[in-house]
Design a protein around this ligand. Structure first.
Ligand SMILES: Nc1nc2c(c(=O)[nH]1)N[C@H]1C(S)=C(S)[C@@H](COP(=O)(O)O)O[C@H]1N2
Ligand SMILES: [Mo]
Length: 322
């Protein structure tokens, strides 16, 4: 699916263009994304090879992917996106999700929709993300640990899903839950976090045009297990922990819901968790970030998406911790 014009989320500034010295080093890694830059239907070998080596897909074919005007230089490779992950259900090291999610079965899958919503019920992934609503979006992902990547997702706008589910006037927040399967997820056999992993958004944040439900990656129709198969949230202006993976329950609720990281360390992780270079984590600065694999950059307010999200936080002191 090719977009005719630049859309509001294609907003990475041109200052982001990788310096030449890094660019040369990165060339071998960047084969796939440079091919996308040509705007053609391509079959990037490095993507397919990385996928094969990881045993993720039989078919290495990749369809057309669109991109933001200046994002292409920074698009992380398939290998980076699928081997450097946070998914504590499979372990706490960055390689663990790729190494230990092989037994996870994302099919068949159902999502329970409950609470203050007209069309409560049990849905398949295809119900929530029908083929004719699927689009590709490239977003920056900024982890609270001060690293970031640029990732080409495939999926549906959450606002689209929400409007079809028809929340009632009592729905002030949306809560999400990840699967808990001790036999398939080695991490949940240990009390690393208070399982299930839970996250939530205010209803207007959930309905923001940027909020995305990803079902695929890098032009593919499905997600690798380590990235949150078969469907995960992507909230690009918030720290990565808000982007909850492998969702089995979506609840429309009246009160701010329980969220895992906030509950585990309320002085370190907030409910809003908007990317904010001016408010440091108690143990490290958030002013800068490592743009994987080799970059360094200043962190942008709202991760660069201010224009599309700041209206939701009028009246909130942005120099404060939330
Ligand atoms: N269920 C669940 N979702 C999760 C996590 C997790 O540990 N469990 N980690 C979060 C964090 S901290 C980040 S940075 C992103 C990472 O997404 P990625 O591995 O696809 O890049 O997933 C988020 N979603
Ligand atoms: Mo994160």
């Amino acid at each position: 699916m090719l977009f005719k014009k630049k859309r509001p989320w294609d907003t990475i500034p041109s200052s982001e263009i990788t310096p030449e010295s890094l660019y040369v080093d990165r060339r071998q890694f960047m084969g796939a994304s440079m091919a996308f830059a040509a705007g053609a239907v391509v079959r990037p070998d490095s993507v397919g090879e990385a996928a094969r080596r990881l045993g993720l897909h039989q078919d290495p074919e990749v369809g057309p992917v669109t991109y933001g005007e200046n994002l292409r230089e920074d698009l992380n490779t398939w290998e980076q996106v699928t081997t450097y992950n946070n998914f504590y259900e499979f372990g706490t090291r960055k390689q663990d999700p790729a190494l230990y999610s092989g037994d996870f079965q994302p099919e068949p899958w159902t999502v329970e929709v409950t609470g203050a919503v007209k069309n409560a019920g049990t849905y398949s992934v295809e119900d929530l993300a029908p083929a004719d609503r699927i689009e590709d979006r490239i977003y920056r992902l900024r982890c609270v640990e001060a690293w970031s990547m640029v990732i080409p997702w495939r999926g549906v706008a959450l606002r689209d899903v929400i409007s079809r589910l028809e929340p009632t006037a009592d729905a002030k927040y949306v809560a999400f839950e990840t699967a808990v399967r001790p036999s398939e997820m080695p991490g949940v056999r240990r009390p690393i976090l208070d399982w299930p992993y839970r996250e939530g958004l205010r209803i207007d944040e959930a309905a923001n045009e940027l909020t995305f439900l990803a079902t695929g990656l890098y032009g593919r129709d499905d997600l690798p297990n380590q990235n949150g198969a078969p469907l995960r949230l992507v909230v690009p202006w918030k720290y990565g922990f808000k982007s909850i993976k492998s969702i089995v329950r979506i609840s429309f609720v009246e009160e701010q819901p329980y969220t895992t990281w906030k509950a585990s360390a309320p002085n370190e992780y907030g409910f809003y968790a908007n990317v904010n270079p001016n408010v440091d984590h108690p143990r490290w600065s958030q002013a800068r970030e490592r743009l994987l694999p080799f970059g360094r950059r200043e962190t942008d307010m709202f991760n660069g998406y201010t224009e599309m999200v700041e209206h939701m936080y009028r009246g909130m002191d942005l120099n404060r911790w939330y």
